[in-house]
Structure formats: structure tokens, C-alpha cells
Write a protein of this length. Structure first.
Ligand SMILES: Nc1nc2c(ncn2[C@@H]2O[C@H](COP(=O)(O)OP(=O)(O)OP(=O)(O)O)[C@@H](O)[C@H]2O)c(=O)[nH]1
Ligand SMILES: [Mg+2]
Length: 206
């Protein structure tokens, strides 16, 4: 597989004293169900210390939080994650990680406001955890990529099998990786940007 190449407005940020000032700032959501790796992705890729809103999972969550597959998880995001990454060429992404638990989904609309794209993380051991997020972005026409996070012990499935199981359109990129790695997480964001730009181009040409 070739690694993605992303160039935004070639040359737009070159040749001036303000080279270090980003010319394009974009809001991106990192979404998905409970415990699929949203906070992990933001932390892996952020160039600044990420803002986190983790709270300890307590006995109170028994019967509320589905810990199947993520039994070792001790904390959960109760509001959002925030991080930042800047690409050469003057594109700066502000990353907003959503809370995964259903009881916090009322916040999603506000967090999503102004987002140009989303990463939907799924855990292939609990694929159903991705349905609500996919539905959320499809309804709002927000471009997204699906990322099957490589959890230990999870079976590997071909992309097309995942596409069918998740019922996502043929043009939606599917990436399988371990988002604990900075390069893998960064490549996911590049794939999303390319997908979002493709969408704008094809709607312009209509
Ligand atoms: N093996 C493996 N573990 C991962 C991967 N990504 C995340 N994890 C682990 O999975 C656990 C859950 O990750 P989080 O980043 O807290 O998940 P989250 O989606 O933010 O969870 P909530 O905010 O509670 O919904 C952590 O213990 C991570 O270390 C991965 O790609 N592979
Ligand atoms: Mg989290």
C-alpha cells in the first residue's frame, strides 16, 4: 500500500515571514463508541499536550457501560478530548474526541458543530459500537473515514467485509491500523483530509 500524500493548496504557505502561521484551520472529530480508542488516537498524534476529561469508571457504571472487550479500561471520557496537529503546507487540524458512552451522546451535536470531517473508530470485536456514529455523520453529510482499530486478539477482516457489515458507502475509506502509533494515527487524518477534499471537488464539478 502506498502511504498517503497530502498537500493542501500547494505553495500557499510558502515564501513569507509568516511561514509558521497556519493558513487553514480545520475542525475534525474523533468519534466512535465506548472504548474504541478515541482518546488514544488524539494523544498519539497531538503536537500539544492533549486536553483530556477522563474520569474513573466506578462500580456505578456496572450494567451501564459495556466493558466487553475492554475489561482493562479504568477511565472514560466524560466531555471531550482536544488535540492539535499541523501539516506542512499550512493546514492545522483541531481534533475533538467525543465521549463514547451513550449517556454523553447529547453533547455530540455541539461538539460536531463546524467540523469538516470525522474519524469513526470501530472495534471489530464489537462492530455494533460503530453504527450510531456512522449514522450520525451520514445524516449530517459530514465526510468520515472508518478506522478498524487493531485490538489484541481481534480477528482481522478484509476491508470489504467490514464495509458490508457496517453498511458504509463504497467511497468511504476504511483503514485498519493501531492508532497507538503516531504515524498510523497521522495517516488516518491524511486519508480523511484527502477524502473530504475529494468530496468538495466532486460536488464543485457537478
Ligand atoms: N491493542 C490495542 N489497544 C488499543 C488500541 N487503541 C486503543 N487501545 C487501548 O484501548 C483502551 C481504550 O482506549 P481509549 O482511547 O480510552 O478509548 P476511548 O474510545 O477514548 O474510550 P471512551 O472515551 O471511554 O469511549 C486503552 O487501554 C488503549 O490503550 C489499539 O489500536 N490496539
Ligand atoms: Mg475517550
Amino acid at each position: 500500500m502506498t502511504s498517503p500524500t497530502f498537500e493542501f493548496s500547494a505553495g500557499a504557505a510558502s515564501g513569507g515571514p509568516d511561514d509558521d502561521i497556519p493558513l487553514h484551520t480545520l475542525k475534525i472529530l474523533i468519534a466512535g463508541g465506548f472504548g474504541v480508542g478515541k482518546t488514544t488516537l488524539v494523544g498519539a498524534v497531538s503536537e500539544v499536550r492533549p486536553l483530556r476529561t477522563e474520569e474513573t469508571l466506578t462500580d456505578m457504571s456496572a450494567g451501564v457501560d459495556d466493558l466487553r472487550g475492554v475489561e482493562s479500561k479504568t477511565t472514560t471520557t466524560v466531555a471531550m478530548d482536544f488535540g492539535r496537529i499541523t501539516f506542512s503546507g499550512g493546514v492545522r487540524l483541531y481534533l475533538f474526541g467525543t465521549p463514547g458512552q451513550e449517556r454523553f451522546w447529547f453533547m455530540w451535536d455541539q461538539i460536531a458543530s463546524g467540523a469538516v470531517g470525522a474519524v469513526v473508530l470501530v472495534d471489530t470485536r464489537r462492530l455494533e459500537s460503530g453504527f450510531s456514529s456512522i449514522d450520525f455523520f451520514e445524516r449530517r453529510d459530514i465526510p468520515f473515514v472508518v478506522v478498524a482499530n487493531r485490538f489484541d486478539g481481534a480477528l482481522r477482516h478484509p476491508d470489504e467485509e467490514l464495509r458490508e457489515a457496517l453498511d458504509v458507502d463504497a467511497d468511504v475509506p476504511i483503514v485498519q491500523c493501531d492508532v497507538r502509533g503516531r504515524t498510523a494515527a497521522r495517516d488516518v487524518l491524511v486519508t480523511l483530509l484527502e477524502h473530504a477534499v475529494d468530496g468538495v471537488r466532486s460536488s464543485d464539478s457537478r
